[in-house]
Design a protein around this ligand. Sequence first.
Ligand SMILES: [Zn+2]
Length: 245
Amino acid sequence: MLRRMDYGDWDVIVTFLSLNMGKVAAIAKSAKKSTRRFGGVLELFSALDIVIGIGRKKGLPVLQEASIVHPFSKIRSDIYKTAYASYWAEVVNDWMEEGERAKDVYDLLFHALNSLNDGDVSQEALSILFQMRFLMITGFTPNLEYCVICQREVDDMDSKDLGFDLSKGGLVCGRCESGNSRQIRLQKGTIKQLQWIKRGGIRQASRIRFAPQALTEGSRLLEAFGPYHLGKKPRSLTFLQQIRK
Ligand SMILES: [Zn+2]
């Protein structure tokens, strides 16, 4: 469940990322008034089995049944976990079109929320993993292999750190550098760790032990790169960055 919005005095509009239908919004009638109807089930970030009635000519489909598959309740009792989950959910909600099937995104979000709930991987590392894989799925993979201008490969460069140009979507070597690429710097070690995330599956990638420097630089890169291509900064990302300070 990505989003929950009160609607009138009794109803709630909920937005889900579903396995079969992609993003779907539905109206949960009387969800506010009667606790019996959906009692405690419609909680943000939880994984649910839902039945919705489609085919109504006017208005949103109606949520008919909802039962919990995984409550992910440890996320909602922790402000940092909630902030990360809100950011990921907002990114998915903003980027996905309704009805566009999105099994890869579903699997990624489920894995990220599950790990966040369990607390077995650092939250910053999980967020780097989520953002990188999400960019890959949606076709905005940052280029971390070679200079976007002269095509020279990272392994052939001597400098310890490289610039990243958001507008060109990739690394820029020392020779090709201009004003744009001086703002985001990445150590070679960070670049290597980000490359591993691109190559392996989600589960292998979660086992990467990030160096503190790589966490800082990787977060800075991806939290600038995503909004740059999205065309706006998610509000929940601003909140996340404020509480993390
Ligand atoms: Zn170059």
